[in-house]
Design a protein around this ligand. Structure first.
Ligand SMILES: Nc1nc2c(ncn2[C@@H]2O[C@H](COP(=O)(O)OP(=O)(O)OP(=O)(O)O)[C@@H](O)[C@H]2O)c(=O)[nH]1
Ligand SMILES: [Mg+2]
Length: 339
């Protein structure tokens, strides 16, 4: 019968030698693995060695013999019996993964969840597959064919909506030769319209303001031969009911195909989650994460997208209005954080 024994603070050679001493040189060592006391099993931490061994004739004496030996030989490691819960196996996943995830800002509860699920997985490709299965699919914004695709950029004030909108416009005009139109709903903030006008002149696209669902309907009908209509919205404080109500009025418009929530990654995760949950009421199809140049907290992307439906989307890492808005490949993100 197989049994599993733990040898606290022991190295592998000592543990096996002790098992053989007690069970006889013909004892069968089925599996060995290192374990740590608390937290993740792949970390180099205080713990010991676990040995699964079997010696059929001596099985009922196994425990008492080893305990007896441990008592008599103070130099030998302390022994404890454990139930065989997980299939033992030696992990080859990257070391110090927990610290890596913490450093990237991945939430503790996600790390805990993963620590359980990754047990037994030996290859990074398996780990990656498991993580990717918990993240939404990536989806790139496409221009319409024969009619315009309408993409709204929404979010709290100052996150980079207008900058990201300009980057998207630039990319579709310069790289793909598409006809783009900018609509600005931001008539509230001083200078916002002028900003949109400057951007439209610079990129060479048409621009209009829309303040109501009816105006949006008319604008989309007027620019029905455009490939892409980008709707830049006013910064909206989700804690203010009147602002959210006005925003919902526009954003629920049936002509809008995509609603990208623009968030600065350089924000506390609690606030980001609150923004995500509030803006979910207006509908979110994906994210634009901005200001990546100001932080290493890529883990916030994982935190927000974990087990959600919204496609991950785009990332921005500069103030400059150029075509550098990057489409975020989920696999690359996972490699960067977990690999
Ligand atoms: N470092 C850095 N700054 C950025 C990035 N994106 C935008 N910004 C800066 O963030 C500030 C706000 O950007 P906007 O595009 O005006 O943000 P907004 O969401 O349209 O702001 P409101 O319209 O006022 O709600 C500006 O100073 C931008 O230059 C980025 O990826 N990195
Ligand atoms: Mg703006």
């Amino acid at each position: 019968m197989k049994q599993v024994k733990r040898f606290k603070g022991a190295n592998m050679a000592d543990a096996i030698r002790q098992v053989k001493e007690e069970l006889g040189s013909d004892a069968i060592i089925y599996q060995t693995r290192r374990y740590r006391k608390k937290g993740f099993w792949w970390m180099d931490n205080k713990g010991g060695v676990e040995v699964m061994a079997g010696a059929p004739e001596k099985t009922n004496q196994f425990s008492s013999l080893i305990k007896e030996a441990a008592k008599n030989q103070s130099s030998l490691p302390e022994i404890e019996e454990v139930a065989l819960k997980t299939p033992p196996g030696i992990s080859i996943i990257p070391p110090n993964l927990e610290q890596k995830l913490e450093k990237s800002g991945v939430k503790e509860e996600i790390i805990k969840e993963l620590s359980g699920e990754l047990t037994g997985l030996e290859k990074y490709s398996q780990i990656k597959e498991l993580i990717l299965a918990k993240l939404p699919r990536e989806k790139e914004i496409k221009a319409g064919e024969g009619f315009p695709r309408v993409v709204a950029l929404i979010g709290p004030a100052g996150t980079g909506k207008t900058t990201s909108m300009a980057k998207l416009a630039e990319s579709f005009v310069k790289k793909r030769g598409k006809r783009v139109v900018i609509l600005s709903q931001d008539t509230r903030r001083l200078g916002a319209i002028e900003e949109a006008e400057i951007i439209s002149r610079r990129i060479g696209v048409e621009m209009e303001t829309v303040q109501s669902p009816d105006e949006l309907t008319r604008a989309v009908e007027r620019f029905f031969d455009a490939d892409l209509i980008l709707l830049d919205t006013a910064g909206c404080n989700p804690l203010k009911k009147d602002e959210m109500l006005q925003m919902k009025g526009i954003l629920r418009h049936e002509f809008i195909d995509e609603r990208l929530l623009v968030l600065s990654i350089n924000t506390r995760i609690e606030d980001l989650e609150n923004y995500r949950d509030r803006f979910s009421e207006t509908g979110i199809s994906g994210y634009v994460f901005t200001k990546l140049d100001e932080t290493n907290a890529l883990g916030n992307i994982i935190n927000l997208a974990w087990k959600r439906d919204e496609s991950i989307g785009y990332v921005s890492s500069s103030k400059e209005i150029s075509d550098d808005l990057g489409f975020l490949r989920t696999e690359k993100l996972v490699d960067k954080i977990f690999g």
